[in-house]
Every structure is written in C-alpha cells, then in structure tokens.
Design a protein around this ligand. Structure first.
Ligand SMILES: [Zn+2]
Length: 341
C-alpha cells in the first residue's frame, strides 16, 4: 500500500475562497461577518474537485491513500484574530471531513488549528478534539509561526505550545509542522518560508530537551526537512557542541521527514542520510510545484518515481511507503486494520 502523508485541499470550490474574502473584508466590523451557514458547497462540487484533480493523479501515479488537510497557504493564521481563525478552521476542517466521507478509501483527514499570533494555544483544543474524535482525523498541522513570516511566537520547545502537545499525546497523534502564507516580503511562501520553517523547527528541537518532557510526542517535518538532511553534519556537530545526545537518541525517536523533495538527487540524499525509519512517503500533490520537469518529462511532485529509483531494499521502500506512516499515525493504522488492511 502507498500512503501519501502530505496532501492539501488546494482545489476546493471557488465558494470557499469567496467566503474567506468576505470574512477578511469584515475584520473590524463584526456585524458584517459572514456566517458559516452562508457557505454552500454541494457534494457533487466536492466530488468533482477531487476526482478531476488529486484522485486522478493518485490513480495515474499509483498511490492509494492520502492524509488530507486544508490548504496550508490558506490557513493564514496572521489574518484577523481568534474569532476569524476559529470560524475559518472549522469550515476548512469540515470540508476535509466531507471529502473523507465521500472518498473513505482514498482520503483520511488531518486538522488545521485555529491558531492566532499571541493567543493561548488552549483555544485550539476544542477544534482539535472535534477533528480527531468526531471526524476521525489521524493527525494535525501545527504552524510554528502563526505571524506568517515574522516569527513572533516562542520556539516549539517553549511551554506556550504544551497544551497542544499534551492533547496530542493523549490522542496519540503526530503533528506535521507546517507554516502558512508569508506576509513578509522577504520570504517567498513556498520557496523560502516553508523550507526555512522546516529547518527552524528542527533546530528549535535540537537546542532544547522537549522530547525528555514529551517522550511520545511526534513531529513530521515536511518538504524533506528543509535544509536539515543536506546539513546533517552541521546539526550533528552543533548537537555535540551543545552537549546534547547523538541525534539518533536526541531527536529521531520523535522527528520524521516526508519525501516532498522534487528531484532524484534530493531523495537519494534524504534516504542515505536520514534513517529509513524516519522517512515517510509524501508528494504534497497538488501543491506548490505543479509543472513538468523538462529533464525527466515527469511532474516534479511525482515523488513516487524517486523513491522507486532510490538505492533502497524492498523492505526499506515498504517502510517509506506504508510502514512508517502506520507507526507514526497510529489512528491511521487502526482505521486501516478496521478495513481489513
Ligand atoms: Zn504542505
């Protein structure tokens, strides 16, 4: 089985963005806020938006199941305040839930949180509970920088985040550490901010002892871990200089990397440097990079090809495609076992 642990609903019907535009226009004038009930998207529209996009590509490329979450760049936690983020997260998560009920074999949900810069993270817990307990989601996206590129929040090792971690541990779900749109002109959203955040999240964990306090907490760092695998020697050396344990022991029971790296040499490096048990298959399709690579004639984000061509044993490939996801997302494993898979 091939499980893609990183897909977003980037193809939601236009009505969703229009509702969001109205919500943004009403910031500061609560009486003009659109009600969630004013958003109308039919099951047929949802079906069409998935069947002709993500599902068509899954079938074409040969992946079976996608862990599906709201569009990351649309989370935009920096816009408005808690009220706006709460309504928006609830709407986006419910749409994901509807997709998972329309395509239960192919999609399973991961939640977006109603984060807002400077706001107590306990305000995220009701939505997190709803998504896991009522919607059957198996993971959550955690934005380490809800300011959108200004990094005003404390590092991930700070107790600011602990209410979310405590609930994640109770629910036994991992978080994909995933930023949203950059509102800082210095950082291009998907080309710089995403990869910076992946690298930053790893380093925040390296300098701290977060996983001593939360030994079962699990983070998936997307986009191949940003600069981390490429600079593994630097991180090993910094851990040594900071008198931290070896990275295997210090971080690799808790941190995992996906395979959203869009060329063969990058995947070769990732799978050679990072232990296979820490690598989860993903493509982030349909996402930031939608073109065809002129050097190969295939889509940049058709990452299954790179895993198949990498120097891996059949057992290692199976771990990357399926086994690791089932271990890191236990609720996914339970859901699959319930289906006899
Ligand atoms: Zn993503």
């Amino acid at each position: 089985m091939i499980i893609d642990c990183h897909g977003h609903y980037t193809t939601a019907p236009e009505a969703l963005a229009k509702w969001r535009d109205r919500q943004i226009a009403a910031i500061g004038s609560p009486s003009h806020r659109p009600s969630p009930s004013e958003l109308h998207i039919s099951d047929d529209e949802l079906r069409e938006s998935i069947e002709s996009n993500q599902l068509a590509k899954m079938r074409e490329r040969g992946s079976d199941l996608t862990i599906f979450s709201p569009r990351a760049s649309f989370m935009a936690h920096h816009i408005g305040g808690l009220e706006e983020s709460s309504a928006w997260a609830a709407i986006c998560n419910e749409l994901i839930y509807r997709v998972t009920t329309l395509f239960p074999g192919e999609f399973i949900g991961a939640a977006m949180l109603p984060q807002s810069p400077g706001v107590d993270t306990r305000t995220c817990l009701d939505e997190l509970n709803r998504c896991i307990e009522e919607y059957g989601f198996v993971g959550v996206n955690l934005n380490p920088d809800p300011s959108g590129g200004h990094w005003t929040s404390p590092p991930l090792s700070n107790s600011y985040w602990f209410p979310i971690y405590e609930r994640m541990v109770e629910l036994d779900i991992p978080a994909m550490v995933h930023v949203s749109t950059s509102c800082n002109d210095a950082f291009h959203t998907t080309g710089a901010h995403y990869l910076n955040a992946d690298t930053t999240a790893f380093m925040q964990c390296l300098t701290a002892d977060l996983f001593k306090d939360f030994p079962t907490l699990r983070f998936v760092i997307p986009h191949g871990g940003g600069a981390v695998p490429y600079h593994w020697g630097r991180f090993r050396g910094l851990a040594q200089a900071l008198n931290k344990p070896l990275l295997d022991e210090h971080l690799l029971n808790n941190i995992f990397f996906d395979t959203c790296v869009y060329h063969q040499p990058g995947i070769d490096l990732l799978t050679r440097v990072i232990p296979v048990k820490n690598v989860l298959f993903a493509s982030e399709m349909i996402g930031a990079v939608r073109g065809i690579d002129p050097e190969t004639g295939f889509s940049f984000d058709d990452t299954k090809r790179y895993i198949e061509a990498a120097d891996l044993s059949a057992t290692e490939r199976e771990l990357i495609f399926e086994g690791n996801a089932r271990r890191v997302y236990p609720k996914l494993d339970t859901a699959l076992k319930a289906r006899g898979l």
